[in-house]
Design a protein around this ligand. Sequence first.
Ligand SMILES: *Cc1c(COP(=O)(O)O)cnc(C)c1O
Length: 357
Amino acid sequence: MHKKLFIPGPTEVAPDVLQKMATPMMGHRSKDASTLQREISDKMKQVFHTVNPILLSTSSGSGLMEGSIRSMTARRVMCFSVGAFGKRWYKMAQANGIEADLVESEFGKPTTAEMVDKALATGKYDVFTVTHNETSTGVMNPVAEIAEVRKKYPDVIWLVDTVSSMAGVKIPVDELGIDVCITSTQKALALPPGLAICSVSPKALEHGKQVKYRGWYLDILELYKYVETKDHQYSATPSLSHMFALHYQLDRILAEGLEKRYARHKEMAEFTRAWAKEHFALFPEEKYASQTLTTITNTRNISVKALNDALGKMGMQISNGYGDLKEKTFRIAHMGELTMADMKEVTSAIEKVLPTL
Ligand SMILES: *Cc1c(COP(=O)(O)O)cnc(C)c1O
């Protein structure tokens, strides 16, 4: 039996979108392939609120995180972390022999503009990374405030992980001045996992030229070179199946209307947060609570596994805590295809089984 997914990725995929994955193949060097990828890029620019080029990568989001930190860091990168995914950037830097520093916030707390200001003021860094929406702690970072102080350091390249928030929260990439903004298909975009997407600024493309060894498959400059000179094709064979589905899903997203989509996510978040406070407690500081998932403190000390087993019998699945927070928290995602009716369904199901746990 299919369980309706309230986990922060992969998320529910609409049946007609899923069906598009089964579209018959075409040559990846054909004109039709160029058209498909160009149209995806044009629509994706609307979702990213950017005029910068869009790059697709046949990898999950982590692929472009690693590719961008490696392609962009000529000197030293500062990684701001508010949880597991923020720390991933730092691990990637280390694994690639890139000079890196890490500033971690206490769990449930954000990366602040002051932290960014203080680090960049040292002049040691040519790149810094921020997680927009930390899926382990349920914290959404104040990127508008960070963007404000970052204006003092226009030459430092800013990489932002929006894997679990893009298309569920408005992220005005150009207004914020994000140089490389990364997301992937299996979260708020509501597609199967396997494709990553980023926008890249002209400044970042110029900056990356200083980096001698950028790798090949995930080299941002190489990806861009193909997009620019081969009409949106790629150096290696991409997942055309994902592209068929993405092209179609972007039409659905734009037909819903981006503002309406953001409002739907906000309404689900507010509802879930209120429910969490009534029955448990919110894990993150409320001011920074995510719009796409709610991380809940397990104040009743229930077995999250038992809860999920019970929900499973009712055809639903939520998520336990991530990493160190495994038993201390649990997570309910409200992104992608989910609606208020779904959130009411899952929360009332939890209320029903709570006395038995
Ligand atoms: C899921 C997630 C990732 C990892 O993305 P993959 O597509 O699984 O590689 C990175 N960052 C955040 C915030 C995420 O939620």
